[in-house]
Design a protein around this ligand. Sequence first.
Ligand code: B12
Length: 226
Amino acid sequence: MKGLRQKEELLIKHVEQLDEEKVLQLAGELLDQGMDPLHLLELINEGMNRVGKLYESKEYYIADLIMAGIIFKQVLALEKMVAHFKVRHSKRIGRVVLGTVSGDIHDIGKDIFRGMMEANGFEVIDLGVDVPKELFVKKVAEYKPDIVGLSGILTNTIEAMKEVIEALAEAGLRDKVKVIVGGNHLTEEACAYIGADSFAKDASEGVKTCMEWAESGSGEGVRGND
Ligand code: B12
């Protein structure tokens, strides 16, 4: 019988080796043993980082990145994961327009953030990936959200994020929403350059910020837009 730490390391290794069957089997087993789904995601993420490094060092190819994405999505679709992200609140505490910015088609992190936000009582309008700034403006005008969430995983998405915020400002919508940008590469400086209200390197951090905004809106929505 393997210890927990050994199993965790094994799971990371299976992800690194893109062994779909073993990842799903072990992930299911760990969830059945009571592992926190968020902790499981951290482990899968660690495996993804290793896949990313192997891609950088040219040992892996684009097909391997695709496989890694497929594996992650299957983990997210496991029954216990879906149950964890199921909406637990009947009262809506805010509305969010979310999307991965133009030029970027990564959506796993965005989807995790969406799942966590919905589980915490936010209504999320997900615009998908590679979203042009004009669509963000159109949907913000239409849905009047409290928060706009911009996801960008590629480091060059900083410009696209900045352009979305400038487009919102030009449309007179910037001061009607809070904007949070999310991605591993973001920093305090990048956030200031983009002109966002906050940034998060991981989804839970982002949800925490949005919850704080919602709480300070004292029930009237994050910006009183409801
Ligand atoms: C899977 C993957 C892909 C899949 C994506 C599948 C999918 N459906 O998303 C595919 C095959 C499509 C892909 C394509 C490419 N990829 Co890719 N990919 C990856 C990989 C292995 C994992 C990404 C991932 O899903 N991670 C897991 C999630 C959970 O993490 P995350 O996305 O960072 O999200 C977290 C936070 O960022 C945050 N977050 C994310 N969004 C938001 C939003 C908000 C509002 C908030 C608050 C928080 C938040 O919360 C999330 C969870 O905590 C990474 C390597 C890595 N280490 O990440 C490379 C990586 C991101 N890819 C990379 C590259 C280069 C590419 C390509 C350019 C390759 C190519 N030559 O075509 C293309 C780009 C295509 C495009 N235009 O977007 C590079 C990026 C390098 C860079 N400096 O920008 C990486 C880092 C690999 C590497 N080390 O070289 N990729």
